[in-house]
Design a protein around this ligand. Structure first.
Ligand SMILES: [Zn+2]
Length: 147
């Protein structure tokens, strides 16, 4: 999800940059003149790019719900209840007896644990996804109609 956010961000940026670099003038008998159709097209690109950028930022931020396990090493981590060091694969703390989630920490030091997004973040992601899909749908429809 986070990668998708960055992707949308980059595409949005490219859209804006491309639109700004677009040549909106056409040659006529009296030299180069601005073409209203091309200018409107550029405006569309800037709008789409801006929306993509916005959606990308939302997704990148909402997807950034990763917290490092404090004090985690190769095969030890802190118990979330009593903060004593326990094994990564442990599902029950040997110090306080509380049930904990096992952590796959084979990658080594300071492995990240993915935390489930909260209800608010999930809603935000749905909104962002909805906006993104409607932009794409609108873009496809408009490019088909414009032909
Ligand atoms: Zn404990």
């Amino acid at each position: 999800m986070r990668k998708f956010g960055y992707f949308a961000l980059i595409v949005g940026l490219l859209c804006i940059v491309g639109a700004l670099a677009m040549d909106v003038s056409v040659s006529s008998g009296a030299g180069r003149v601005n073409n209203i159709g091309l200018m409107a097209e550029r405006q569309n690109f800037i709008l789409i790019g801006g929306l993509l950028l916005l959606v990308g930022v939302i997704m990148a931020v909402a997807g950034k719900r990763q917290v490092a396990v404090i004090g985690s090493s190769n095969d030890g981590r802190a118990c979330p209840i009593c903060a004593e060091t326990i094994r990564c694969a442990a599902v029950k703390c040997k110090h306080c007896g509380s049930e904990v989630d096992s952590v796959n920490n084979r990658l080594g030091f300071d492995a990240d644990v993915v935390v489930e997004p909260t209800e608010k973040e999930r809603r935000m992601l749905w909104v962002a996804r909805g906006i993104l899909y409607s932009i794409f749908a609108g873009f496809v429809v408009f490019s088909l109609l414009g032909r």
